[in-house]
Design a binder for this molecule. Structure first.
Ligand SMILES: *[C@@H]1O[C@H](CO)[C@@H](O)[C@H](O)[C@H]1NC(C)=O
Length: 558
């Protein structure tokens, strides 16, 4: 890599130690062939004990061997990307940077406590990015007044928190994470100020938790704030009209600007739910957000994060833009995926939750073939591509795009317009959920969506920085892990068996190795059968005195 005349916004490096790895992989491959050969040439003859068991274990070994071969497509060509955010700031002034809409999705105030949700919201509001270009949307699929109350509290606290973070370059910018891990006051900050912010935050969390526990917002808050009047007794999580409320208007209509503190726009969205109308889970929520945001900010870039994944790096937007804005290498990148990192892993990690193999090895490997899958969180998309634009070589994104406000339109008018885009009926007879937005009808809708985008000719990029960009919560009990793994295994298998099988949709569009990467995940669930056979049958045979393996003394097997 030569510095100096180098004007690239990001660099791509190949994985290290590939020669050694290839030698190792070749030796495993040769050994696998030898085992197959041994199995094929030593089948017990008809009538002999254990003939069928032998054939069974041979099939298991063939399957495991083939699956291993498929997995090698992810290992042969890993690439790692490094962004140069300093060059971005040299080339683009803050005014020229594109707008970014951040979508945070939550679905249930019981399993996803509102105090955690707002910490995530606050962490993305505090990104080191021009406030007028940043818009944060919280999608509350439970339509819960408790979540709205928490967000309303957060919108007030943000007026202190966001300037505080920027002034003292606080990291991480989730107040929950910051105050629970860091006990020292930064040099630039007076002790008084620091404790003031800490206390403000802690009192807010106490208020929110009390309200959540009671299940009711205090009367005086209800009486003094119009925002709460949209809820009434009859509304349930499964039956309510659409609600869109702009809590902070970062475009300057709000009082915030007058205090000299610009904040990002903050919007609460609960799409309409009616019994008997299918809501399509998170994909439905995301698609509603795409439409709602199109009348409020319409930023060309969309970041989506789960409500339990806070931003751990306030420079993340700028680093991502390096990948998307690079004139030479970035034009064909549709989305930039970040790994799922977790803050609650201990060093034993007995359930393999940290996904290290997937995140550190597999995904850079898929990136080498031209496209990491979209995994539903920690991902930056181009809005246009998510809405169905096919790749064309000559297309140049208009980064300055955004909503031009109609001059006499009030915030209320805008909310009304947005509300009509979050109803149950607005998707009827449209391509939403099919060619536009996230795909409906699959449990891992994100993966199908990413695959569709890649089949339209786009590439995607994977960013694996040393310092985690987003930190989430991993499941902690065996039960939660099994539910999670089952959903992934089942979901990917369902895609494999559907018309979105990577080969059916991707041949002639994706490279063969890339298809194999999708197959690795698609077939993951099916490896349970040979694994199960391998674990159970040989031990049972042992009790019966049947041996399925050569004896140690039996050196000359061939
Ligand atoms: C999260 O960010 C902090 C800096 O604020 C860093 O020290 C830490 O290593 C990061 N966490 C991970 C898991 O990378």
């Amino acid at each position: 890599m030569t510095e100096g005349h180098d004007s690239r916004l990001f660099a791509t490096e190949k994985g290290k130690g590939m020669v050694a790895y290839r030698l190792y992989a070749t030796s495993v491959l040769v050994s696998t062939f030898l085992i197959w050969w041994y199995r094929a040439t030593h089948v017990p003859s008809i009538g002999e004990k254990g003939r069928w068991l032998w054939i069974g274990i041979s099939l298991a070994e063939i399957y495991i061997g083939l699956y291993w071969i498929v997995s090698q497509f992810l290992r042969l060509n890993p690439i790692y990307r490094h962004a140069f955010p300093e060059r971005l700031s040299q080339r683009y002034s803050d005014k020229q940077l594109p707008g970014v809409d951040v979508f945070v999705c939550t679905a249930d105030p019981t399993s996803e406590p509102p105090s955690m949700v707002i910490s995530t919201v606050l962490s993305v509001m505090a990104y080191n990015y021009p406030s007028e270009k940043l818009n944060v949307y919280l999608s509350d699929d439970a339509g819960s007044v408790l979540t709205f109350y928490a967000l309303w509290e957060a919108s007030k606290f943000a007026k202190v928190w966001v300037p505080f973070c920027r002034k003292h370059t606080i990291e991480p910018r989730s107040p929950a994470a910051y105050f629970s891990n860091i006990h020292s006051v930064p040099d630039t900050c007076s002790t008084k100020e620091w404790y003031y912010v800490k206390e403000l935050y802690e009192n807010m969390v106490i208020r929110i938790n009390t309200v959540v526990k009671k299940g009711k917002v205090p009367e005086e808050v209800l009486a003094n704030n119009n925002g709460f009047s949209k809820w009434n007794e009859e509304m349930t999580p499964k039956d309510h009209p659409s609600i869109v409320q702009i809590l902070v208007d970062g475009k300057g209509y709000d009082a915030v600007e007058k205090d000299g503190v610009a904040l990002p726009t903050l919007v609460y969205v609960a799409r309409e739910k009616r019994p008997g109308q299918h809501h399509n889970f998170k994909a439905g929520a995301m698609n509603s957000l795409i439409r709602v945001s199109s009348v409020i900010s319409n930023s060309p870039i969309i970041l989506n994060v789960d409500c339990d994944m806070y931003s751990n790096n306030s420079e993340c937007i700028r680093e991502t833009l390096c990948l998307l804005l690079d004139e030479e290498q970035g034009q064909n990148i549709a989305f930039v995926q970040y790994p799922q990192d977790f803050e609650n892993n201990n060093c034993y990690d007995i359930y393999g939750n940290s996904l290290t193999v997937n995140m550190a090895l597999d995904f850079p490997g898929v990136d080498g073939w031209g496209g990491t899958p979209y995994i539903g969180t920690g991902c930056f998309h181009r809005r246009e591509v998510l809405c169905g634009r096919p790749y064309s070589k000559d297309y140049r994104e208009n980064w300055a795009k955004g909503v031009v406000r109609i001059s006499d339109e009030t915030i209320l008018d805008m909310e009304e317009r947005a509300k009509s885009l979050a109803t149950c009926t607005c998707e009827l007879n449209t391509e939403w959920g099919n060619g536009i937005g996230l795909k409906y009808g699959y449990p891992v809708e994100d993966v199908v969506t990413g695959l569709q985008i890649q089949c339209r000719g786009w590439k995607s990029a994977y960013c694996y920085p040393k310092r985690a960009a987003f930190l989430g919560l991993a499941p902690t009990t065996l039960e939660q892990c099994l539910v999670q793994y089952k959903r992934w295994g089942e979901g990917n298998l369902q895609i494999f068996l559907s018309k979105y099988n990577a080969f059916l949709v991707g041949h002639r569009k994706l490279r063969f190795g890339h298809i194999m990467c999708y197959y690795l995940y698609g077939l993951w669930a099916t490896t349970c059968f040979p694994t199960w056979y391998y674990v159970v049958i040989p031990s049972l045979c042992f009790l019966q005195g049947i041996s399925l393996f050569p004896k140690v003394s039996h050196i000359n097997c061939f």
